[in-house]
Design a protein around this ligand. Structure first.
Ligand code: HAM
Length: 416
């Protein structure tokens, strides 16, 4: 047997997966988001330029496409924000705010573990041209309401932080670097290297000694300009007024270079080590960076469908998953009645009834067993007698009652 590729999954039952997508579509349409789809194949350069060459995603996790001996040019997309911005620029979208969502598979060459895959799925929501921080408040509220009301999640928390403007970060970075240099002997090798390429990324370190040290590190929100400080305060006030609970996490920096100002993650203790199921933030400079004529302050987030599945599987009963429609099963008792059975089945389907026909059974007993197993609501028996008299015997599997009726009345009978 050839098994599936490491870090990928087969979805045999998609009901919960589809529920997540349909609830999201339903919810975000009230916020005027429309659905788009961008290709899975993109130029490597797109992600180098947007996520940054020193990020884990770009430096270690990209699935590159072999280019027949030449330098690779294409990759499988590792995220969708850069693609959305590329699509905004390339399709000359002029109406902003451009509120869009897309969902589909992403690829990252990570070490697989619970909730972490090499092929996974995200739903990505972006607002390109989101002037003003009140967009951040509305956007975060929208996500919170989706998780609470649409998906009935209870056990989660929202972590937020404010990374300031590039000018704020220049001031902060020198304070952080001074702190890191002072404690250089305590840092792990990874942090020693990260300190000089992207110093704030040290906060993503999982080393216990580093984590303890960083509790005393200077925090970005103490280094904001007056204007940024006001903005950060107003965002928090508005979230509180809108009833969105959050925790300020000063070490939340997110692993991608394009963020500025607001960043956030929705996390759950029920997920294990990979506890974030949704992450996002503001990216005010990406449109120009990817070739747009002018900057478009923007913001967005993505949630991982596999991680939501882990959270939703245990509470499935509480969710309003679509009911399976009642099944009507047609039983031709011998091969001689099979063509007639197919004709009847097609005429019932044409009237939007859910019907299947049993073509394998060799006895009525065996066929009835199958009907019970499949929880059929009605069986429609066609034996030689029924064939001769153009009738069908319909048995209601709930009551056990049977009736023989004309074949042409079957639709009306079942729709009753
Ligand atoms: P991200 O934090 O890299 O952000 O991913 C967002 C979510 O995708 C994570 O919270 C997680 O649920 C899921 N995820 C990421 N990697 C994996 C994996 N290997 N296996 C399973 N699930 C995974 C972004 O991708 C940004 N583009 C989000 C964004 C949109 N920012 C602004 N707009």
């Amino acid at each position: 047997m050839i098994s599936r590729v490491k870090g990928t999954q087969d979805f045999i039952d998609l009901s919960l997966f589809n529920f997540i997508i349909s609830q999201t579509k339903h919810h975000v349409q009230y916020y005027q988001f429309t659905e788009i789809a961008t290709p899975i194949l993109e130029h490597i350069e797109l992600f180098k330029r947007s996520l940054g060459i020193y990020t884990d995603v770009v430096s270690k996790e990209m699935f590159l496409i072999d280019n027949r001996g030449q330098e690779p040019e294409l990759c499988l997309r590792p995220e969708m924000t850069a693609s959305t911005v590329r699509a905004f620029v390339e399709n000359n979208i002029v109406h902003t705010p451009w509120k869009v969502f897309s969902w589909g598979p992403l690829f990252r060459y990570e070490r697989p573990q619970k909730g972490r895959f090499r092929q996974f799925h995200q739903c990505s929501l972006e607002i390109i041209g989101a002037q003003g921080y009140m967009h951040d408040v509305e956007f975060i509220t929208m996500l919170d309401k989706l998780f609470t009301n649409g998906l009935k999640l209870t056990c989660y928390a929202l972590h937020i932080n404010f990374l300031g403007t590039p000018e704020d970060r220049v001031v902060y970075r020198s304070a952080l670097l001074a702190f890191l240099n002072k404690n250089i002997d305590t840092l792990c090798d990874n942090c020693k290297a990260r300190k000089d390429t992207n110093s704030m990324r040290v906060f993503d370190c999982k080393n216990e000694q580093c984590i303890t040290l960083y509790k005393q590190a200077p925090v970005i929100t103490d280094y904001l300009s007056k204007e940024s400080e006001t903005e950060w305060q107003q965002i928090r006030n508005a979230l509180e007024l809108l009833g969105v609970s959050y925790t300020h996490r000063p070490t939340l920096v997110r692993g991608l270079d394009y963020y500025n100002k607001t960043v956030f993650e929705f996390v759950s203790d029920n997920l294990g080590a990979q506890n974030a199921f949704c992450g996002g933030g503001r990216y005010d400079f990406l449109v120009k960076q990817l070739g747009g004529r002018e900057d478009q302050p923007s913001l967005g987030a993505a949630f991982g469908i596999e991680r939501l599945l882990l959270l939703l599987e245990p509470i499935q009963e509480r969710l309003a998953l679509p009911h399976k429609p009642a099944l009507n099963l047609v039983l031709p008792l011998t091969p001689a009645q099979q063509t007639l059975a197919l004709l009847l089945t097609e005429s019932l389907r044409a009237h939007h009834l859910h019907v299947d026909v049993l073509l394998e059974g060799d006895s009525i007993k065996h066929m009835m067993k199958q009907a019970n197993k499949r929880s059929a609501s009605h069986v429609l028996i066609i034996g030689e007698d029924e064939q001769q008299s153009q009738t069908v015997t319909i048995k209601n599997m709930m009551t056990g009652n049977s009736e023989r009726i004309a074949q042409i009345d079957a639709v009306q009978y079942l729709k009753k």
